[in-house]
Structure formats: structure tokens, C-alpha cells
Design a protein around this ligand. Structure first.
Ligand code: NAD
Ligand code: MG
Length: 380
């Protein structure tokens, strides 16, 4: 039995991870956690029988505790709970399916305790990649990408020599507003932005896909995962989401991973690497597909991507500001408090007013996150 724990078991990635557990039958789930979805967490406790479960607030923990009195499970709350879950003794792989920078501390704790990481929580790597990657090396921990593009790159690197990489071609669907211009986007609302053409995902990442900030976060994520300079990472819009990403080598050869858009493949690959397990589901039918098309990203309309390149080339604490400003702006947009185009504007102004630190430690990263949130709240 493979032993795992999941940060964020009730979300899009978390529930798909549990579907794999259900299908494969040789994974034991020792710990699960959620922000506030007590109802689903209770169901998951009854079905998967973890030893530990964690919710964010103490009040929710109390409610959950009374609901699962008949179960042999320890219930915890808050950051302490997430960290305890991340370092559970028998856990081999921690699936980081939580959304946002809240994942930083539990991920670091897990690495320090020698846990391999199946990483979906890209915000953690974007803001603390300079801490996480060397730490993983020091503790001989593997970080398996769950993000579909990074899984595709990871698969395209199999058996190849890293030194022979010319560039990484990161594919993007272009999101729900591909082809639109700024004047078309002044009045779009959250419900419009939440309609992703190819993928069904959590709310925050769906908005990030509409702004192209997600692709920006993924460029930074790729830099850390594959130790590649951002200049060697090119974003290619491929609206059908069949090519999940590619690696171009020095002889011009390109290796790609293709498939229907289904996150279960990258999640399962991360859990079982280097083994490939059978996975049911739709296959690519090239005759039905008939064509694949390619475009340059429209970075004038969607400024998020260029801002990410700027953040990573400045480095230090700038990616933290990029990410934190985005997290706050997306939350405000989802609450209907700001317009769609203001998301990128707020990121830009947060970056412009930030005095960069060279190598921020975890407490500095978290302070900068809070300062960035406060600045944005004052601004709107
Ligand atoms: P989601 O919103 O569907 O789920 C987030 C999970 O985190 C939920 O279980 C939620 O309860 C939990 N959570 C939130 N706040 C918490 C807190 N304070 N304490 C404990 N748990 C908390 O998000 P998602 O779409 O599953 O995305 C998760 C991560 O994976 C994100 O970083 C995202 O960028 C990345 N990712 C997602 C997809 C996808 O297809 N959904 C693809 C690639 C990468
Ligand atoms: Mg992705």
C-alpha cells in the first residue's frame, strides 16, 4: 500500500486524487484536510478512514468532531493541524492540493520530514521556490508535478539529458476570453470568467486562467521545477488543450505529451511515477479532432503573463508580490468588488511600489503577502 496525505482533499484536485484512490485500491489515505467544507470532509472520513483530518477554524473542527464521533479519527484545525498532517509518520507522499500561499509552511515541513510531494499548489513554488527546491535536494525528496503542463514537461524529459534542452514550450488554452480585447472585458463578471472552455477546476485557478496569470505562475513554477531560465520558457496558445506541453532539444527535436484534458492523468502519474497505471476515460481521436491550432498569447489584453516574466526576472520577493496581489485581487473580483481588468492593474501597481528583498525567508514571504493584501485593500 502506498501511503498518502492530502492538503485540500475537498477541492478539484483533492477529489480527483480520491477518485484515483478509489479506482486503484492500493493507496491508503492517512490524512485529509479542507478549508471549511465539513460536510464533504465527513463523507471522506467515512469512506477513506484517515487517521487525521483537519479543517481551518476551531468552530468547524468542533462541528466535524461531533459528526464523526463514531470514527477513529483525530480532528485538528488551523496551520498547526496542516503541519501535523503534512508530517504524519507513515506518509510517503503529500499531495498539495490546497490553493494559495497557505501551502508554504506545511510543504516545507513535509520536505524537512522526508516526504515526497505531489505538487499541485503552484503558489507555494512561485513564492518560495528558492527555499523549497534546495531543501528538497538536501532531504532527497522528489517533487512530482501535478499541474498538467509540468507533468507533460516531466514526461517529455524522460530518458533525456537536461543539458540538451533548448527550451520549454508551455501550452495554454487561452481561457474563456481568448480573442477578446480590453474594451470587451470592462464589464465581464465572475460568472463569465468562471466558464473555462476545456477544464473544470477550482474558482481561483479558473479566474487565473482567464487573466493568463495562471500561465505566468506556471512559467515561474517551471523555472523552479526544471531549473530553466525564464527566457527559455515560451508560452504557446493551443486552444484545444490536447498538447499539454513540450520540450525542445538542441537538435530541434521536440518531445510532447498529449491527451484529452483530464487532470487524473497527471495526478496518477505523480502518485505512481515512474509507473504508468491504466486510466479509464476518453482518448484523443485525431480524426474527430481533425486539427490543432496555435497562437501567440495576447499579452496586451492579458497583462498577467508579462507581469509574471517581469516578477521572475527581478526575482527575490517580487514573485511573492505578484502572487499575493493576484490572490487578493481574484478574491475581490469573485466578490464582485473590482472589475476583471483591475486584477492585472492591481498586480502591476503592487509590484511597482514594492522594495524587493533578495532572498526572503519564510517569515518575510508571509509578511510581504500580508503587506500586499493590506495595500490592495487600502487602494480600492
Ligand atoms: P479548489 O478551490 O477546488 O480546492 C482547494 C482546496 O484547498 C479545497 O479542498 C479547500 O477546502 C482547501 N483549502 C482552502 N483553504 C484552506 C485552508 N485555509 N485550510 C485547509 N484547506 C484549505 O482548488 P483546485 O482547483 O483544486 O486547486 C488547488 C491547487 O492546485 C491550486 O494551487 C491550483 O493552482 C492547482 N491546480 C489545480 C488544477 C485543477 O485542475 N483544478 C490544475 C493545476 C493546478
Ligand atoms: Mg496548468
Amino acid at each position: 500500500m502506498k501511503k498518502i496525505a492530502i492538503l485540500g482533499s475537498t477541492g478539484s484536485i483533492g477529489t480527483q486524487t480520491l477518485e484515483i484512490v478509489r479506482e486503484q485500491k492500493d493507496i491508503e489515505v492517512l490524512g485529509i484536510s479542507a478549508g471549511s467544507n465539513v460536510k464533504l470532509l465527513e463523507q471522506q472520513i467515512r469512506e477513506f478512514k484517515p487517521k487525521l483530518a483537519c479543517v481551518w477554524t476551531e468552530a468547524d473542527a468542533k462541528e466535524l468532531k461531533s459528526k464523526v464521533k463514531d470514527q477513529n479519527v483525530k480532528i485538528l484545525s488551523g496551520m498547526e493541524g496542516l503541519i501535523e498532517l503534512a508530517i504524519m509518520e507513515e506518509v510517503e507522499i503529500l499531495v498539495t492540493a490546497i490553493v494559495g500561499m497557505i501551502g508554504i509552511r506545511p510543504t516545507i515541513a513535509a520536505i524537512e520530514h522526508g516526504k515526497n510531494i505531489a505538487l499541485a499548489n503552484k503558489e507555494t513554488l512561485v513564492t518560495a521556490g528558492h527555499i523549497i527546491m534546495p531543501l528538497a535536494k538536501e532531504h532527497h525528496v522528489s517533487i512530482y508535478p501535478v499541474d498538467s503542463e509540468h507533468s507533460a514537461v516531466f514526461q517529455s524529459l524522460n530518458g533525456e539529458n537536461h543539458k540538451e534542452i533548448e527550451k520549454i514550450l508551455l501550452t495554454a488554452s487561452g481561457g474563456p476570453f481568448r480573442g477578446k480585447k480590453r474594451q470587451d472585458l470592462y464589464h465581464v463578471e465572475a460568472k463569465d470568467a468562471l466558464k473555462h472552455p476545456n477544464w473544470s477546476m477550482g474558482r481561483k485557478i479558473t479566474i487565473d486562467s482567464a487573466t493568463l496569470v495562471n500561465k505566468g505562475l506556471e512559467v515561474i513554477e517551471a523555472k523552479w521545477l526544471f531549473d530553466i531560465e525564464p527566457e527559455k520558457i515560451e508560452v504557446v496558445v493551443q486552444p484545444q488543450s490536447i498538447i499539454h506541453s513540450m520540450v525542445q532539444y538542441v537538435d530541434g527535436g521536440i518531445m510532447a505529451q498529449l491527451g484529452t484534458p483530464d487532470m487524473k492523468l497527471p495526478i496518477q502519474y505523480a502518485l505512481y511515477y515512474p509507473e504508468r497505471r491504466p486510466l479509464m476515460g476518453k482518448r484523443v481521436d485525431f480524426f474527430e479532432l481533425a486539427q490543432m491550432t496555435f497562437e501567440k498569447p495576447d499579452t496586451k489584453t492579458f497583462k498577467g503573463l508579462d507581469l509574471a516574466y517581469r516578477a521572475i526576472s527581478l526575482g527575490g520577493s517580487m514573485p511573492t508580490v505578484f502572487n499575493a496581489a493576484n490572490e487578493k485581487a481574484v478574491a475581490l473580483f469573485l466578490e464582485g468588488k473590482i472589475g476583471f481588468l483591475q486584477i492585472a492593474d492591481l498586480i502591476e501597481s503592487a509590484m511597482e511600489s514594492h522594495k524587493r528583498l533578495e532572498e526572503p525567508n519564510v517569515s518575510e514571504i508571509l509578511e510581504i503577502e500580508q503587506d500586499t493584501y493590506d495595500k490592495i485593500i487600502r487602494q480600492i
